[in-house]
Design a protein around this ligand. Structure first.
Ligand code: MLT
Length: 271
């Protein structure tokens, strides 16, 4: 569904509805909310899952102005405002995790818990920044398909399995559907994102850090370091999964998320 938010812009999102605790799940790069389809379905009754398309991705139209990770976080805030949700568990995978950490930095009082999936707090190195520019060039010159071809081999676990081809094709279709401007803009936003490492020690809510055991893009050691830096964090490693455990191993992922949600304190009042 789509909703108009502050400024009259539209945001597309899935909302599982129900009376459960609001849980926002932000997609990674270069993807859209469809990577959370299993959670929107599978967590029904345990949480009210809200999965937006970030501006320019999926069905959310682009907006004028520079793209930053903070701008994505403000868009999430606008969506929550529009849905009259005061506070939520905020989660994201990879780039979505950068957005979740930025949301927490801006609006800590609106965060009941954090779910950080195959992501990191540090900023890009000089080399990584150069690689972003190079990838943006590829996107502009050759299109989303070329970006998908580069990313796909690193996205899923190495193990294969009966579903491997189907999952790879689904992922490729999602990546190829993203507009070039959204891809190039997100690369710039990630390149210039703030280092969130310093803010981790001040996180006062429980955090679930999840990594695929076979993540080739953000090594499990980085997730371990992230969990070690947050006072009340718990690390879960999903066997046989790569960079997107929610998409690749939804049953295992939903099980750890469900356990995490169950141990969160009840909200003082429903919003
Ligand atoms: C993602 O999956 O969102 C990206 O790989 C994150 C990144 O490139 O830093």
């Amino acid at each position: 569904m789509k909703i108009a938010v502050r400024g009259g812009y539209e945001t597309a999102f899935d909302d599982s509805g129900g009376a459960g605790r609001p849980l926002v799940l932000v997609h990674g790069f270069p993807l859209d909310r469809r990577i959370w389809a299993a959670q929107v379905r599978g967590l029904r009754g345990k949480a009210r899952v809200i999965a937006p398309d970030l501006r320019g991705f999926g069905e959310t139209p682009p907006r004028p102005g520079p793209l930053t990770i903070d701008a994505y976080a403000l868009d999430v805030r606008d969506l929550l405002d529009e849905l009259a949700i005061e506070s939520a568990v905020i989660g994201g995978v990879s780039m979505g995790g950068y957005v979740a950490l930025a949301f927490h930095r801006h609006f800590p009082h609106r965060v009941r818990g954090l779910v950080l999936v195959d992501t990191r707090a540090g900023a890009d190195s000089l080399e990584a920044r150069r690689a972003r520019d190079e990838m943006a060039g590829v996107a502009r010159m050759k299109g989303a398909g070329a970006v998908a071809s580069r990313m796909l081999p690193k996205m899923l676990g190495r193990g294969g399995g009966p579903d491997a081809d189907r999952l790879a094709e689904r992922l490729r279709a999602i990546m190829e559907a993203q507009p070039v401007e959204a891809i190039a803009g997100a690369l710039g936003a990630m390149r210039d994102r703030q280092d969130a490492t310093e803010s981790l020690a001040s996180i006062r809510v429980p955090a679930l850090v999840v990594t695929g055991a076979e993540d080739q893009l953000i090594a499990p050691a980085e997730s371990r370091a992230l969990a070690d830096s947050i006072p009340d964090a718990h690390l879960e490693v999903i066997p046989g999964a790569g960079h997107l455990p929610n998409f690749e191993k939804p049953d295992a992922f939903d099980a750890v998320l469900t356990r995490f949600l169950a141990r969160l304190p009840e909200p003082a009042h429903r919003t």
